[in-house]
Design a protein around this ligand. Structure first.
Ligand code: HEC
Length: 171
């Protein structure tokens, strides 16, 4: 299952100068080549500058925050498609199928409880199922339907339920 959002990338416009430079290796007179080479170097210098600036923006945390928000968006979609039926949209363990279960899915918004659950174990339960950690087999393994990145995304989404309560962050 791929969850790439549509229109993730804006359409690319190629300015005329760049188009000309892309044709640089195609045969041209020596003087033309020389002129183009100069422009080529200039464009490379500008591009390097832009990439450097982008790297700085990423480094100051804004990029990381944006990336995290995107991860949470993806995690939310995965959670809604695979987990809500038992865990409930609010993560409280009150999904439509939960009432008949013993034990019931835990309340992900209960920060005091969630803090007692190591992140690695939560990941293992999502990936290999409840039984892998001595929990209910009704918590099924998702490693055949979700890839590692999707499991991390939904894991972060699960963890975020208890962070919004203002309680201490689970480790
Ligand atoms: C068929 C119902 C069902 C579905 C679907 C389901 N779960 Fe669960 N899940 C459970 C139950 C029941 C438990 C509680 C097991 C226990 O406490 O013994 C559980 C436990 C967990 C735990 C462990 C919490 C703890 O106490 O350590 C995590 C994490 C979890 N589920 C995440 C997910 C995620 C993420 C999804 C979707 C990708 C999902 N579950 C889908 C029923 C379900």
């Amino acid at each position: 299952m791929r969850l790439a959002p549509p229109n993730a990338f804006p359409p690319i416009r190629i300015p005329p100068l760049v188009r000309e430079l892309l044709l640089f290796p195609v045969a041209a007179s020596e003087s033309q080549k020389c002129r183009r080479k100069g422009r080529y170097m200039k464009v490379i210098a500008i591009a390097t500058g832009i990439l450097g600036a982008a790297a700085l923006v990423m480094a100051d945390g804004k990029g990381a925050a944006a990336k995290k928000a995107m991860g949470l968006e993806e995690g939310k979609k995965i959670f809604e498609a695979n987990c809500v039926v038992c865990h409930g949209a609010s993560g409280k363990g009150d999904g439509a199928a939960a009432a008949a279960m013993t034990p019931m899915p835990r309340d992900f918004t209960d920060a005091a409880y969630m803090q007692t659950r190591p992140v690695d174990q939560l990941r293992k339960v999502i990936s290999e199922g409840g039984q892998s950690a001595g929990l209910s087999p009704l918590m099924m393994p998702f490693n055949s339907s979700l890839d590692a990145g999707q499991i991390d995304a939904v894991l972060n989404y699960v963890i975020a339920f208890s962070k919004s309560g203002g309680a201490k962050k689970p480790k």
